[in-house]
Design a protein around this ligand. Structure first.
Ligand code: SF4
Ligand code: SF4
Length: 385
């Protein structure tokens, strides 16, 4: 049985966070003495520049609480995160991380240099290049933010480790694996590589910030902050995500990283293998949690629906809103498929080429104005899907 600690935490009060996280670590059998003299990589979700109230990034107080626990126990916390988009400085400033790092005198990992992890049991790629900074720490504390996700349905522990890959290499992976099932399988390869690929295996603990998460069209500014009131801790990313999906009432069978994760040799193979400690999922359940509107069909059928015409009638397309768009072209710069061009004359929105679009929804994720929504395909309207 794999232990997952499910803890109640209603706000970002520092003392409360420290107490709750320590409690959770003890419940899963993690001895804080393991931090002694260790360099500990703290890997939050710093998707982009956004105020902490938007619930886009792992909350800075959450990050600070974990860093303090490591320091109190004789370890050296190192911020290790390949952020998603924008200058690292602006991401650090707007998310509140600059202040934390300065106050604690924390080291920030240099993330650009890469080094290979080899994972022969991988399903798709047996060599994955990650930031070398993760090689330079003794253990990793992954601090995912619980959010909905238009492409993978949910962003949690499995998805958070995508941020071990530097900059544009992330976009390349979207292009290489444009279907959610394949992409999720590759994310699991990455999780497996991080567990099994280092010469000397590193302990990875997932401490999920689900105090305030996101519902609706997450994981960027288009998502809606939602109080969940939970911290979820475990060493198995699939088990942690399964528990998180249960708390908000998402059907885990719709989440490819969980369903495919149950078949991987480094993770639990079914819900029955998970021992939930602390609180019961039913006691923590969030009522009327809103999933992404991105349809189930787009997650499970689109592997076969590669024709542009079919794609355009059965899968939601990203649709910019003239009233909100400022023509900043961040969407254009993050689009891995090169499907977005400058606005045509007299138009107030960028030009989208839906034949090229692979429906990764990175443009929605990174649009700072939350100006892009999902538009159903014609057949979806007709069938009421
Ligand atoms: S849709 Fe969003 S990201 Fe794209 S140009 Fe408009 S405001 Fe910028
Ligand atoms: S247009 Fe948006 S959804 Fe389509 S490929 Fe580009 S970033 Fe992804």
């Amino acid at each position: 049985m794999t232990k997952v600690a499910l803890l109640k935490c209603r706000d970002y009060d520092e003392d409360l966070l420290i107490r709750t996280i320590k409690d959770g670590l003890a419940q899963i059998g993690f001895d804080l003495a393991q931090f002694h003299k260790a360099r500990v990589g703290l890997k939050p979700n710093l998707l982009m520049a956004a105020n902490p109230d938007k619930a886009v990034a792992t909350h800075p107080s959450f990050f600070k609480a974990v860093a303090k626990i490591v320091m109190e126990n004789g370890g050296t916390p190192v911020l290790t995160e390949c952020h998603g988009f924008g200058s690292f400085k602006s991401v650090m400033n707007s998310t509140g991380y600059s202040e934390v790092v300065k106050e604690l005198g924390m080291e920030v990992g240099k993330m650009d240099e890469i080094a290979p992890l080899h994972y022969p049991q991988a399903k798709l790629i047996k060599r994955i290049d990650i930031s070398k900074a993760f090689f330079d720490v003794d253990m990793i504390l992954s601090l995912p933010k619980f959010k909905t996700h238009g492409f993978t349905y949910m962003s949690g522990a499995v998805k958070n480790l995508f941020g071990t890959i530097p900059g544009l290499r992330k976009a390349r992976m979207h292009l290489r694996f444009p279907q959610p099932m394949e992409f999720s399988q590759w994310l699991l390869d990455l999780n497996g590589a991080l567990l099994r690929g280092f010469d000397k295996p590193k302990k990875i603990i997932h401490i999920m910030d689900a105090v305030i998460g996101q519902e609706g069209e997450g994981p960027g500014p288009s998502g809606t902050p939602r109080e969940i009131g939970a911290i979820i801790i475990g060493s198995d990313p699939v088990a942690v995500d399964y528990v998180a999906s249960g708390v908000v009432g998402l059907d885990y069978k719709k989440i490819p990283t969980i369903m495919l994760g149950f078949k991987r040799d480094f993770a639990v193979s079914s819900p029955e293998d998970i021992s939930i400690i602390g609180h019961k999922v039913e006691d923590m359940r969030v009522i009327n949690f809103q999933p992404t509107k991105s349809s189930i069909s787009s997650h499970f059928l689109r592997g076969w629906l590669v024709s542009p015409t079919v794609k355009n009638i059965v899968i939601e397309k990203p649709w910019p809103n003239e009233e909100k768009c400022t023509l900043c072209y961040k969407c254009k710069s993050v689009c891995p498929a090169g499907a977005i061009s400058n606005a045509l004359e007299n138009k107030k929105i960028p030009e989208y080429n839906y034949k090229k679009c692979i429906r990764c929804y990175c443009c929605i994720e990174f649009c700072p104005e939350a100006a892009i929504s999902l538009k159903k395909g014609k057949l979806q309207w007709l069938l009421g899907l």
